[in-house]
Design a protein around this ligand. Structure first.
Ligand code: SF4
Length: 462
């Protein structure tokens, strides 16, 4: 212990959650202790997201709050890590509250950067200058060591862990900031991933989610053999103790798709859940987004998934109000969403991200109120479909991996008994709320569904 206390606040996707877990473990290893309270902290780290403007605004308002705290506590060290750190670099370091700016590729240095900032009270910047170039072998090895050494802790949800299959993205969808902040695609060696999963299993982890921006394009050449995601899933299925394997996020592509569906159909451990964003139902908009498929082809892909893996649950993502999106384009998106019959969709309004092709070349033509109207309409269509699909579960038994106490206990009106309300998820990623003993956290349980809502199933422990 070095006596210094760190508070970490995390924004954004599963990649960020994983990075936060890795940083937490690395800091504990370096002698820091962690706190959930900003007031107690000597160091506050913010793990940031740049995917939407709104996410960045939340970070900036948090920094404003920390600036006030620093007026009474000038020794407080504030570090910004993650995508926003890489995107804004030294501009962010100019912020009065900020002492450290550290990009995603530099997170293995975080303990050292904090120690230096505490000792010398100097500002510290660690970002990649040429982010679009492939990371050096040296950097890859450093990241791999960091990942392997510390990637065994994610205590937020018992018995579950994220494991990174790949970093970065090569796709350059015109609206997306990810390639500019996370760099080009780098796939981790299969043996490193499998070893990591074995270690997690030996520590009681039952569910592993493999992560990648386009995880289905995982490809690693080893000798004469090319490993794809299906090979990883197959090898991970053989690990004793691992019960469920999930993977996110998939890009609509034919490469390795049949193999992935087949391993899903064949292995009881590979969960029948596919998150595969369409983003739009208009071919014109898909072209402008640099998504390399048409709406009809995408729907064929879903049909193939349903034919190979009966009962598969599919989730989608959409962006409404992309530059040039007309009423007709939007109607095509509504049509696609109806045909796709997703179990749920993540729907966002387009917001230009500085430096992306869409921001440089396309005018943000759709007025804010039209984006608002379209998102409300699309959400309503999705809600109706989700509600219909959820109703199919009424009076049925489902197996869930219990995550812990439910955050929204008021929702389960029918709940009773002395046991608190718990939340779990099915293999197909349905959220299930029921009353049960807290000792079930991290365990599998069977629940009979007694009530449904579009996004949540409610039931009784069997
Ligand atoms: S596939 Fe497209 S949307 Fe997804 S991370 Fe890569 S560039 Fe962004």
């Amino acid at each position: 212990m070095n006596g210094k206390i760190v508070h970490i606040k995390s924004f954004g996707c599963q990649m960020n959650k994983l990075d936060t877990a890795l940083v937490s473990s690395a800091l504990k290893e370096a002698g820091f202790s962690l706190t959930a309270s900003v007031k107690e902290a000597d160091v506050v780290l913010i793990n940031t997201c740049s995917v939407r403007e709104h996410a960045e605004q939340r970070v900036l308002s948090h920094l404003g709050h920390l600036k006030h705290i620093k007026e009474n506590k000038p020794d407080l060290i504030v570090g910004v890590i993650g995508c926003m750190a890489q995107r804004l670099g030294d501009k962010l370091l100019e912020h009065e509250a900020v002492n450290i700016v550290c990009g995603p590729t530099q997170i293995p240095q975080i303990a050292k950067l904090i120690t230096e900032a505490l000792e010398r009270n100097e500002k510290r910047l660690a970002v990649t200058e040429k982010i679009l170039q492939k990371t050096s072998e040296n950097q890859n090895q450093t990241l791999e060591r960091f990942e392997s050494a510390y990637g065994i802790e994610d205590k937020k949800i018992p018995s579950q862990a994220y494991v990174r299959a790949m970093r970065g993205c090569n796709n350059f969808c015109t609206y997306c900031i990810v390639p500019y902040v996370r760099g080009p695609e780098v796939c981790r060696a299969p043996e490193a991933i499998i070893e990591q999963i074995k270690r997690l299993a030996s520590q009681g982890v039952k569910q592993v989610t493999l992560l990648g921006q386009t995880v289905n394009s995982y490809k690693y050449k080893k000798g004469r053999r090319i490993w794809c995601l299906a090979d990883l899933l197959d090898a991970a299925s053989a690990i004793e103790g691992i019960e469920w394997l999930k993977f996110v996020t998939s890009y609509p592509s034919e490469e390795f798709f049949d193999e992935i569906l087949q391993v899903m159909a064949d292995s009881p451990k590979v969960c029948n859940y596919l998150h595969i964003p369409a983003q739009s139902g208009s071919d014109k908009i898909l072209r402008a987004m640099n998504r390399n498929y048409t709406a009809a082809w995408y729907l064929e892909l879903l049909a193939k998934a349903r034919a190979t893996v009966p009962g598969i649950a599919i989730a989608g993502d959409f962006i409404v109000g992309f530059p040039g999106e007309t009423e007709e384009d939007f109607e095509a998106t509504v049509e696609l969403l109806k045909k796709a019959r997703y179990r749920n969709s993540f729907i966002f309004k387009y917001s230009p991200r500085p430096g992306t092709t869409a921001d440089k070349r396309l005018e943000d033509t759709v007025p804010a109120e039209v984006k608002q109207k379209r998102i409300a309409e699309l959400l309503a269509v999705q809600e109706k479909i989700s509600d219909e699909l959820s109703r199919d579960f009424l009076d049925k038994e489902v197996k869930v991996l219990v995550e812990g106490l439910s955050k929204k206990s008021h929702l389960n009106i029918g709940g009773s008994g002395d046991n608190p309300q718990l939340v779990g998820r099915t293999a197909t990623d349905y959220i299930v709320v029921f009353n049960g003993p807290t000792s079930l956290a991290g365990q599998f349980a069977k629940v009979k569904i007694t009530k449904t809502s579009p996004l949540t199933l409610f039931g009784e422990l069997i």
